[in-house]
Design a protein around this ligand. Structure first.
Ligand code: GLY
Length: 396
């Protein structure tokens, strides 16, 4: 090779590296700006609810705030968001509010009438423990895990999600329930009692068999016959149809099998997560910005609402999944995440401070068939967005 060619190759290489750096740098700027905005909004939200004892934000619809007490399945998300913000910026006001709103959820450690105790406690107390090491939070989480374990019937092999609609469902299990197993896996590690892990693994294995279709999409609700332990109904609750792919449900599945692989190193869970990711990324109805419509089979597409929460759960899961796959797949996943985060951080999805009821993101869909929280902000869209930003920042 002559000197001139070597010189040109070197210049080209330097140019390529610089372009890469500018892109990485600008994603860092996007993340930093997103955190600053999120902190402003969340502090306004916290100050608004500080003097409303026991209340937690829920949504903002028709120009009005909606809130809940700790019983609503989403009660742990706002405290969890405050923990992520505090992890990013050790501001003492954030710490004060993270503790205050986390405490509001504590009584849910005794919840035995639904499966959401994992969402409620692991997002709030779980993050609080991870970040501060607070001893008391361990007791709350272990008590919560014991409460959740009461919903496991060994004959069926799964944790029962809901107790309502008993005329239709004998033993309903929803795909969302995968998210509650992380608390069980934590409890097994912390207490040394392996029965928590066995429950989680049994639930994950049976869900893999009965919730998923050959194309790796999943049903929302599978109800089991209590005597045989086999499904007697496969339906939807929040999706477009029984055989449709409800967007958030698909994201719960992706997130669930990703952390199940992290915690167990069982290759079947990794394959499952990769298959779900592949289904989602290549879905013909997935928009170019990778912010899904509320159901991949919604008959009204493209004239219907998106679900930013399905995108934030998916983004956070893909970031973690990218740690476990080969370089090509990692690149593919991170390209999707890059697009999602830049879209969510844009004015189209991110609210200006003081607007949107002080939620960070706009345009989520809670339950379209019930006309509930349609094109609205949601605490869990914000929570998983902050988790995705945190995970991404650590990997830049
Ligand atoms: N876990 C309830 C929902 O995703 O709407």
């Amino acid at each position: 090779m002559n000197t001139k060619v070597t010189h040109i190759s070197l210049l080209l290489l330097i140019a390529l590296i610089s372009v890469g750096q500018v892109r990485a740098q600008s994603l860092k700027n996007v993340i930093d700006k997103a955190f600053r905005n999120a902190e402003q909004q969340s502090l306004l939200m916290a100050r608004k609810y500080e003097n409303q004892p026991g209340r937690l934000p829920k949504s903002f619809e028709g120009g009005k705030d909606t809130s809940s007490d700790s019983r609503w399945w989403c009660s742990g998300f706002f405290p969890g968001s405050l923990w992520y913000l505090y992890e990013n910026n050790k501001n003492t006001e954030l710490l004060k509010y993270a503790k205050l709103f986390t405490d509001r959820v504590e009584r849910e450690k005794y919840t035995t009438d639904n499966h959401d105790v994992g969402f409620m406690l692991y997002c709030s107390f779980g993050n609080g423990l991870r970040i501060t090491g607070e001893e008391h939070y361990k007791e709350v989480l272990l008590t919560g895990a014991k409460s959740l374990a009461t919903r496991f019937d060994p004959k069926v092999g799964l944790i029962r999600s809901w107790d309502h609609n008993t005329a239709i469902w004998q033993y309903p299990v929803i795909i969302d329930n995968l998210m509650n197993l992380e608390l069980m896996l934590w409890a097994a590690k912390y207490s040394g009692d392996d029965s928590f892990r066995k429950i989680a693994v049994s639930h994950a294995d049976k869900t893999m068999i009965h919730h998923f279709r050959p194309d790796h999409s999943s049903y929302h609700v599978v109800s089991y016959d209590k005597k045989t332990g086999l499904p007697h109904k496969k339906q939807t609750h929040q999706g477009a149809a029984d055989d449709s792919a409800w967007s958030r449900g698909q994201s719960w599945g992706l997130y669930g099998y990703t952390y199940l692989y992290r915690e167990t190193k069982d290759q079947r869970y990794l394959e499952q997560a990769k298959n779900i990711a592949n289904f989602l990324i290549n879905h013909p109805q997935m928009p170019k910005d990778f912010i899904p419509y509320w159901d991949y089979n919604a008959p009204q597409i493209p004239n219907t609402t998106r679900d930013a929460s399905a995108a934030t759960v998916m983004a956070s899961a893909l970031i973690e999944l990218s740690d476990f796959v080969d370089a090509d797949l990692k690149k593919k996943y991170m390209k999707v995440v890059d697009t999602q985060i830049r879209t969510l951080a844009s004015d189209e999805y991110t609210a200006k401070p003081g607007e949107n009821g002080n939620f960070i993101l706009k345009h989520s869909t809670g339950a379209f068939p019930f006309k509930a929280e349609v094109d609205a902000p949601l605490t869990y869209a914000d929570y998983y967005y902050l988790e995705a930003l945190t995970r991404l920042k650590k990997r830049l």
